[in-house]
Structure formats: C-alpha cells, structure tokens
Design a protein. Structure first.
Length: 343
C-alpha cells in the first residue's frame, strides 16, 4: 500500500517524459538546387501537413534544417565546429576532413554520382568557340571558373590540367556560384566553366560555345558528392537519422515519379525562382540531368576511383588510411529502405 502513491506517480510521469522527447533537429548541408535533393526534400509542401504529405516522419522523430554552402570544402569547417550535422562532400573534401581536420566521419548516402554509362548525363566544361582553345593543353594561362577549390567539379578540372602537364599556378582559378558562370563566360571574364544542367540548356544549343571535356573524360565513374556525418553523431542519433533518410528517399522517388511530374516541376520553380519552362525537358531525366541514386546508395567503387585519381594527379598528397569502403556506412540507408518498402 505504501508503494501505491509512488507507482501511481511513476505511471503519471510516463506520458510527461514521452512528451518531453522533442524531434531531433538535423542540419543538412547542400550546395546547389535542384541538383542536391536536400534543397527540395524538406519543403513545407512535402511535410505531413503540406500539400503532398510525402515525409512520414517529419516532426515526429526529426526536423530537417537544410543549410546552403557554396561548395564541399566550406562544409568541412562546419562539420568540425558542429555547425552542420550531415555535410555534402566531394571525395577530395572527404579526404581533407579525415586527414587534415582529423574528423571521424562516414559516408552515409548518395547525393550525386557519375556512372559514365551509355545514355547517361555527365557534367561538361565549355569554352567559347572563338577562344582558340581546342584542347586542354590550350588552358595554360587561362582563367577558369570554379564553384569552390577542392569541390567535386574543381577536382575534374585539376585532373584535366595534370593530364595536360599544366600546374595550378599556370592558370587563374576564379571562384563563383554556378549560376554566374554562363554570364562570366559570355562576357569573356573567364575562359572556361563547368556547367550544371540548370545552366547548360541554352549554351549547349549555342554554336558560340563548345564542350572541351566532361567529368567522365576527366575522372571516369565517380561518387561526385556524398552525404557525410560524424561517427559519434550517427551513433547518438541513429533512429532519427534513419527516419530522416527514409523520408529523403521517399522525396527523391516522389520527384522522379512521372505521375508527379507537373507538381515536382512547380515545386522546383518555386524553390529556385526560375520558370517551369527552364526545367521541363531535362530535370530528373537519365540523359540530361545529374545522376541521383533513388535508393540513396553511394558508390563505393566510384568513391575509391575519385580518391585514387585525386592522388594520381596530385590534387591531394595522400588518400585515406585504408580502402574507401572503411569510410562508408550504408546501414543507415539500408534500414531506411526497409522502412520505405515496408520490410
């Protein structure tokens, strides 16, 4: 009988304790929209009380806080100072995070990858037709537009320069957002830029410009950008992270589903501020858009190849201490896929 008030109080406290467990806020980095799905996956319209209700776990176990960065390398510092929880890193940035920043991190999901399979898109670098640049060897002394030194896009430039026996000091690298690159090339402020699909459509049809090389020419199949998190963050927030990646997967599949095409284009247009017509004939297509694995599964082989090529061409002094597979944890994505598919 003496225990009864204590037990009663304990049972009364249980709902209070459960209610006190707020959703885990996960800050996720991204670079460019609509390329990085983090810029589109967590929009209000995708949330449980939104128009499309794609995200099943949002607000229950996690809250997403997408944060934009200009490039991969900018996110290393953010990871190190706990200003972001999940970062979108290139292979070079991953190596720098491990070797230079001494971070214990794991690749957990795909953002973008180059499969280099027939009929698939590969990023292209353009020069003016009247520039006199006919091959990479002609880039010596030229001005090259890049979104960020050490980014996935920049890594391809360095590989091509090395193959042409051109040192970094023999070119001028001009950092700028991808969206400014077409105008800089048109106004002769730079001699070469690597364009993403969102900014390539008009130039690709203009005879005043030509492709000098592609990402596949430079590096072959690569894991271009991947989602990376600290190991201790994964361990401490695994359930919330699985739920978030399950919703990320649901959103990615939703955008790719032809049945949602009109609504998907409308959301992209609202997010980017560009008209729907700019995306209609290429976005989320295999041939004209960047490759995103709809299961979010990163390519370990592509990651290893990107690291090996970066070392081979002197972009970085050394690779990881061990195979790339040691720095990849696919268990979060595997559990997320089981949740999505009801397994």
């Amino acid at each position: 009988m003496r225990l009864t008030p204590v037990l009663t109080a304990a049972f009364i406290a249980l709902p209070t304790l459960a209610a006190a467990q707020e959703p885990t806020t996960i800050r996720i980095g991204w670079n460019q929209s609509p390329g990085h799905m983090a810029s589109l996956a967590y929009l209000k319209q995708m949330q449980p009380d939104g128009e499309y209700k794609v995200l099943q776990n949002y607000g229950k176990t996690y809250l997403a806080d997408p944060i934009r960065f200009q490039g991969s390398t900018h996110q290393i510092t953010a990871l190190a100072t706990d200003e972001v929880d999940v970062a979108a890193l290139s292979a070079v940035a991953l190596v720098q995070a491990v070797n230079n920043a001494n971070l214990d991190v794991k690749v957990i999901a795909d953002v973008l990858q180059e499969t280099c399979e027939d009929g698939t898109y590969t990023q292209a670098w353009y020069v003016r037709t009247d520039s006199g640049i006919a091959s990479p060897e002609d880039l010596r002394g030229k001005r090259i537009g890049t979104n960020a030194i050490g980014s996935a896009s920049d890594m391809a430039i360095r590989a091509v320069l090395r193959n042409a026996d051109i040192a970094d000091s023999e070119v001028t690298s001009v950092e700028m957002p991808f969206g400014q690159m077409p105008s800089f090339l048109e106004e002769d402020k730079v001699d070469m830029v690597g364009l993403l699909p969102a900014f390539e459509q008009e130039i690709s049809r203009d005879e005043n410009y030509k492709v000098l090389f592609t990402m596949c020419d430079a590096l072959g199949p690569t894991q271009t950008v991947a989602l990376v998190a600290k190991t201790d963050f994964i361990e401490a927030n695994r359930d919330a992270l699985v739920d978030m990646m399950a919703d990320h997967m649901r959103a990615t599949r939703w955008y790719y589903d032809p049945a949602n095409r009109d609504n998907a284009l409308k959301l992209v247009a609202e997010t980017t501020g560009a008209p729907v017509e700019e995306f209609g004939d290429w976005l989320f297509s295999l041939e004209k858009d960047q490759n995103r694995n709809q299961d979010l599964m990163p390519s370990v082989e592509g990651l290893q190849n990107a690291i090996d090529k970066s070392v081979e061409f002197g972009i970085i002094q050394a690779g990881l201490d061990g195979p790339a597979a040691d720095y990849v944890d696919t268990s979060v994505i595997e559990d997320a896929r089981k949740q999505v598919e009801g397994q």
